[in-house]
Design a protein around this ligand. Structure first.
Ligand code: AHR
Length: 501
């Protein structure tokens, strides 16, 4: 089939914020222990961090990392994770039914982030703790010196403040699974009070209030309205979380997952702006899409879940999804959704980073490798820069069980004035047909260096595994043709493509 794409560098919708290429490391499974940290590994540095993993994280291009949870944070006492290591308590993590040694904590993780060049985004525990403990962590992290907690940080070996700018007010407080789960009203009041208190320390902090854990939560929409009615002027972001998976062999619906993300973003923007209007506020709240990915959650719920009052494993293999080409196409499409609303989605975190629903996998004592989902993230992070452009796609559509009729092709474009580069990110959701995509280059000036790369495979379920870690990779797409002021390219079935002009 054929499709047409329209974009123009003069029609920008908003700057692409680097924070959209954030990720997430939770104390969960083998994300930290036997993931980023494995002291006995041949590649480990003097701190015990795997340098092969650090290299992959750097290549992935992760701008900021949310830490230390996730559900974990709602039972976490931050003080356990600082100070002399041999004095740190071993704790039970109720969220993942695991043992937490606290060998890695705030200092170690911040030091790791400095090595990979990413910013720290901290979540505070508003599940089982409150405003005072959040303030304590803030003072410990951000006060330079001359107060009890700042001086404790210095005594623990860190002279400069961590100066954390982004703070999440708890995690998924709308979820009944969350330790300390609350009503929107109760949470909204606690979040507003905590945000105001934290801003008495530093009004320039960027604060994220919890939105919904999914667009399909029974409280979705009303949760955002009520929480923001309490906290609107005290926060900068409301979070969105979304995970997608293929269900019952319905690949067509799964490939259209971004349709759900688009609707999620539009509804939350509308709700934010409704509260803004009601309050007559000038303040702008944006979205922090701080958990998103493909996650085969059914597998976790029904097979891997750990139970038993005496059974608390250390760094168990949890949520270790192996990702296929189709999964990577969906991840690439979810990034397109984020870029299409770059004006309002100004922070996001791929959940997660290493081993746990992750683009990077490791084997203890062995290799680290790139999952299929690594590629669209790394390339979008590297090539989406400057401004997101208004982008229109005309393509065929197809019927899905879950989302009704959806377009076969979806795309986003960015234009970077500094380099003159235009990047086009595009998916073909068809399972059988190649799409011949045409676009015109009006407004771009002379294009001298055009390239395209595509992620696809004859087998949509092909994956990179420990046994075959380089089975799937990006390939140059040589069907790209430019002539006069127009271009065309073939997009194979179930594919994600990036074109740079
Ligand atoms: O990323 C895995 C889990 O998903 C997080 O801990 C939680 O916030 C979400 O439900």
């Amino acid at each position: 089939s054929t499709a047409r794409l329209f974009f123009d560098p003069r029609l920008a919708i908003g700057p692409v914020n680097r924070r959209v290429f954030g990720s997430f490391v939770e104390h969960l499974g083998r994300a930290v222990y036997d993931g980023i940290y494995e002291p006995g590994h041949p590649s480990a540095d003097e701190r015990g961090f795997r340098t092969d993993v650090m290299e992959l994280v750097t290549e992935l291009g992760v701008s900021a990392v949310r830490y230390p949870g996730g559900n974990f944070v709602s039972g976490f006492r931050w003080e356990d994770s600082v100070g002399p290591r041999d004095e740190r308590p071993t704790r039970l993590d109720l969220a993942w039914h695991s043992t937490e040694s606290n060998e890695i904590g705030l200092h170690e993780f911040a030091s790791w982030l400095e090595s990979v060049g990413s910013e720290l985004m901290l979540a505070v525990n508003l599940g089982t703790r409150g405003t005072l403990e959040a303030l304590d962590l803030l003072e410990y992290s951000n006060r330079e010196s001359g107060s009890a907690l700042a001086d404790r940080r210095i005594a623990n070996g860190r002279t400069e403040a961590f100066d954390v700018r982004m703070w999440c007010l708890g995690n998924e407080m709308d979820g009944p699974w969350q330790l300390g789960h609350r009503s929107a009203d109760d949470y909204g009041k606690l979040a507003a009070q905590t945000a105001r208190a934290m801003r008495m320390f530093d009004p320039a902090l960027e604060v994220v209030v919890c939105g919904s854990s999914s667009r399909h939560m029974p409280t979705f929409g009303e949760w955002e309205r009520v929480v923001l009615s309490h906290s609107y002027d005290d926060v900068d972001y409301i979070s969105c979380h979304a995970y997608y998976e293929e269900k019952n062999g319905d690949l067509g619906s799964f490939l259209a997952s971004a349709v759900d993300m688009d609707a999620f973003i539009e509804s939350v923007v509308a709700t934010i702006d409704h509260v803004k209007a009601v309050k007559g506020s000038d303040h702008v709240v944006n979205i922090s899409f701080d958990e998103w990915n493909v996650w085969y959650n059914d597998r976790f719920e029904n097979v891997d879940k750990i139970t038993g009052a005496q059974n608390w494993p250390v760094a168990p293999r949890l949520l270790e999804d192996s990702y296929s080409v189709a999964d990577a196409v969906v991840v690439g499409n979810l990034l397109i959704s984020l870029l299409k609303r770059a004006d309002r989605v100004t922070s996001a975190s791929l959940a997660q980073l290493v081993n746990v629903i992750a683009p990077i996998m490791t084997e203890p004592g062995g290799i680290a490798w790139r999952q299929t989902t690594f590629f669209p993230f790394a390339l979008t992070s590297a090539l989406a820069a400057g401004s997101a452009l208004a982008t229109r796609v005309e393509s065929d559509s197809y019927d899905t069980e879950t989302y009704g009729r959806v377009p076969v092709v979806d795309a986003a474009t960015t234009f970077d004035e500094a380099t003159g580069r235009t990047s086009v990110f595009v998916v073909n959701r068809s399972q059988s047909e190649t799409v011949s995509l045409a676009f015109d280059l009006t407004g771009l000036g002379a294009v001298t260096d055009a390239r395209a790369q595509t992620l696809t495979d004859d087998d949509a379920y092909a994956a990179n595994t420990l046994a075959d870690p380089e089975r799937v990779a990006m390939c140059p797409n040589d069907t790209l043709v430019l002539a006069d002021a127009a271009g065309s390219i073939d997009l194979p079935p179930v594919s994600w493509t990036v074109i740079t002009l």
